[in-house]
Every structure is written in structure tokens, then in C-alpha cells.
Design a protein. Structure first.
Length: 280
């Protein structure tokens, strides 16, 4: 039987990939504060209840939120309203039969050496703290899957770009670009992550899972690998350190993810970073 999917964050980078993947499984409706099929401010509890009553989804993929790390640090009340309160409103309004997939972040982990396991949380910025609070609110619903992740890939949204696209555009246009050699992460291509969302729902998973590639590397190595894959010259690329940037919200330096729990749950290995880059 085809599922009825509701995807929040319709104007975000990930949403077009989620729509594509979920449409292969059933019917899809999207929402965003000022966009999607059914615009809705999820910070408004009454509006959220009305949306769910109207759409009656079997699965909600909650990909909405305030993701600008520096803005979250400056506007903490807005960060918690968007990342915690909206999740709480969804979880509280869902019928028991519905499944909730909450897209979270690797920014929930501490500034210690990775790869990090799911129980080793310790965010160093307001964004990560507000997302942890959103996870906790989401998990109050009995059929919730939290996916902590980082992603890249070609943007299908005007004016929005991922790290890989930033690197490709900068080097293609011969603009200088600084690649951080002191920041490590384990991202997935957005197409891989979207397919994974459908897979974990089909598997009936609940709880918190790291959703990343199985190895990870520095953002500098990532950027250079993307350039090599695309056949781009790298003379405009400079290796630098994130600490060189002034007035920046604190960030953990090693955000690699231990994906053993997810691999065990889905019964297969996660892809390597270079396998994900090859999908560009």
C-alpha cells in the first residue's frame, strides 16, 4: 500500500531530493513557512494541527528548521522556536499510527575526536543545542526516527548551495576559495540521504541514528576530491583553518559520525566519502 508523505522544509536544499525519493513510494505533500503545497508556520501549534488534519499523512519527514549556525548564535529565541518548538508541535499533533523522520545535524556532537557515537552528544553552539532539544521533542512520539547528518550535492534551489557546489562554482569561475583542513565530517550526497529516509521507514526503525558516510575526511580533502572528480584546476584553492574566521559561532572540529548502529539496523554498509563524491 502506497504511503502518504508530508515533507516539511519545502524550500530547503534537501526537499527536492526527498520529494523525488518519497514519490517513488507514494503520494507527497510539502509544506514550508512561505512555500510548498500547504504553507504553514510550524511554530504555530494551531496551524500545525490544522495542517496535519487536512493532509492526514502516514509519514512526516521533518526537514524544516533554522540551520544558519551563526544566526542561531545571535538569535537564540528564534533558533529554539524553529528547531525545538516546531518539532514539538508536530510530535504532539501526530496520531499514534504516523511515523516521524526528524532530520537533525552532526552539530550536536562535542569538540572532541570522532567518529562520534549516538550517545556522545555535547553541542558547542546554540544551533546544536536547539537541534538536540528538537530531537527530544520529536522522540516523545513513539514512532520517531532521528537522523543526524550532513549533506552535499547539486542544489535544485535558486540562491541556495551546498559545500560541494560552492567549491565547484568558485573554482569554475576562478574565484579564490579557502578549504578548511582543521574540520572533519562524514557527509552524504542528498540523493543518498533521501533514499535512506525511505529505507529506514520501510525497515520500521525508531530512535536516533547517525546517517553519514562510513569514513569521512577534512573539508579540505573533500573540496580537493570534488575538484579532481569534476576535472577542475585547484590553483585558486587555499588551505586554511576555521579558527582564522573572526566573529564566528563556536563549532566542533571533528564531526565524523560512527555509523555502525545504522549499518546494523539496515543490514548493509554505508558508502564511503569518495563513493558519494562520485555521484556528483
Amino acid at each position: 500500500m502506497a504511503r502518504h508523505w508530508l515533507i516539511t522544509g519545502a524550500t530547503g536544499l534537501l526537499a527536492p531530493y526527498l520529494v523525488e525519493a518519497c514519490r517513488r513510494d507514494g503520494m507527497v505533500v510539502t509544506t514550508a513557512r512561505s512555500g510548498g503545497d500547504h504553507p504553514c508556520d510550524l511554530r504555530d501549534t494551531a496551524a500545525t494541527r490544522a495542517l496535519l488534519a487536512d493532509v492526514a499523512p502516514d509519514v512526516i519527514v521533518h526537514a524544516a528548521g533554522l540551520t544558519d549556525v551563526d544566526r542561531c548564535e545571535r538569535e537564540s529565541a528564534e533558533a529554539y522556536a524553529s528547531n525545538r518548538d516546531a518539532a514539538a508541535g508536530l510530535a504532539n499533533a501526530l496520531p499514534e499510527s504516523a511515523r516521524l523522520v526528524a532530520i537533525s545535524t552532526d552539530q550536536v556532537y562535542p569538540d572532541t575526536a570522532g567518529p562520534h557515537r549516538e550517545d556522545a552528544v555535547g553541542p558547542v553552539n546554540v544551533y546544536g543545542k536547539s537541534k538536540i532539544a528538537g530531537e527530544q521533542a520529536s522522540l516523545r512520539h513513539g514512532k520517531t526516527i532521528v537522523l543526524r547528518t550532513n549533506f552535499f550535492g547539486p542544489s535544485r534551489r535558486d540562491g541556495r548551495q551546498s559545500l560541494s557546489e560552492f567549491v565547484v562554482r568558485s573554482l569554475t569561475e576562478r574565484r579564490p576559495v579557502t578549504l578548511f583542513e582543521d574540520v572533519l565530517f562524514s557527509p552524504l550526497h542528498m540523493a543518498t540521504l533521501a533514499d535512506l529516509v525511505v529505507e529506514v521507514v520501510e525497515c520500521g526503525l525508531v530512535g536516533v541514528f547517525n546517517a553519514g558516510c562510513r569514513d569521512g575526511d577534512t573539508k579540505a580533502a573533500f573540496g580537493l576530491a570534488v575538484a579532481q572528480h569534476k576535472g577542475l584546476q585547484t590553483d585558486m584553492a587555499r588551505l586554511g583553518r576555521s579558527s582564522e574566521l573572526p566573529d564566528r559561532a563556536p563549532r566542533a572540529h571533528d564531526l565524523r559520525l560512527d555509523v555502525a548502529r545504522l549499518e546494523g539496523a539496515v543490514g548493509r554498509p554505508m558508502p564511503t566519502l569518495h563513493e558519494e563524491i562520485a555521484k556528483l
